[in-house]
Design a protein around this ligand. Structure first.
Ligand SMILES: Cc1cn([C@H]2C[C@H](O)[C@@H](COP(=O)(O)OP(=O)(O)O[C@H]3O[C@@H](C)C(=O)[C@@H](O)[C@H]3O)O2)c(=O)[nH]c1=O
Length: 199
């Protein structure tokens, strides 16, 4: 399993080794020891799965304190453009985003720590999306940012005319209205061990 530090160093790209043979495939989808080595102590408490058709965009979502969520996300089938936006007040990367093309064949994953808004767009005919969360769903603290907020400048790589969102996501607020909590508070935790981005 290869762990790659993204341009926002708290977000990681993870590439597992996928073993194919005439029966099908095998890969390790989660290892506690690797999480501890690269991220710190994380206790996952909820697993989620969703299926979406081509052009469906879910996001950008995050939960506010005390129900912030870190997520380990991957695609079981299909292909999505997965995006994480830094909403940590005072972060050197505040308002910036990183993305990864998550693919059901490559089985690559993204680590989206708390303090990041998360969303994905389905690029294949459909996609089954699966993720682990380190905090429970808390609808009262669930919030988001408009996926096409010009302040974020995300290139979703599909024309807006084919993008479909939920009723809720068509009415999300602008970036900066629903900030998560301050960057410095996060830094106290081992969840953010890195200070430098890769080149
Ligand atoms: C997220 C979630 C939703 N639900 C319910 C609420 C609702 O009736 C239905 C669909 O919810 P949503 O429309 O919020 O689902 P969705 O748009 O898929 O929300 C997800 O989007 C991605 C991008 C994330 O990062 C996730 O954390 C989550 O916010 O499922 C739960 O019961 N538990 C959960 O953990």
């Amino acid at each position: 399993m290869r762990v790659i530090v993204s341009a926002i160093p708290d977000v990681l790209f993870i590439e597992p080794e996928v073993f194919g043979d005439d029966r099908g495939y095998f890969f390790e989808s989660f290892r506690q020891d690797l999480m501890e080595e690269h991220v710190g102590r994380v206790e996952f408490v909820q697993d989620n799965e969703s299926k979406s058709g081509y052009g469906v965009l879910r996001g950008l979502h995050f939960q506010k304190p005390p129900f912030t969520q870190s997520k380990l996300v991957r695609v079981v089938r299909g292909r999505v453009l997965d995006v994480a936006v830094d909403v940590r007040l005072g972060s050197p990367w505040y308002g910036r985003h990183v993305y990864s093309l998550l693919d059901g064949e490559r089985k690559n994953m993204m680590w989206v720590p708390k303090g990041f808004a998360h969303g994905f767009l389905v690029l294949s005919e459909d996609a089954v999306f699966s993720y682990k969360c380190d905090n429970y769903y808390a609808p009262s603290h669930d919030t988001g940012i408009m996926w096409n907020d010009p302040a974020l400048g995300i290139d979703w790589q599909l024309p807006e005319s084919v993008i479909r969102v939920s009723e809720r996501d068509s009415k999300q607020g602008k970036f900066g209205l629903a900030d998560c909590f301050p960057y410095e508070e996060y830094r106290q935790e081992r969840l953010y061990p890195r200070t430098t981005a890769h080149s």
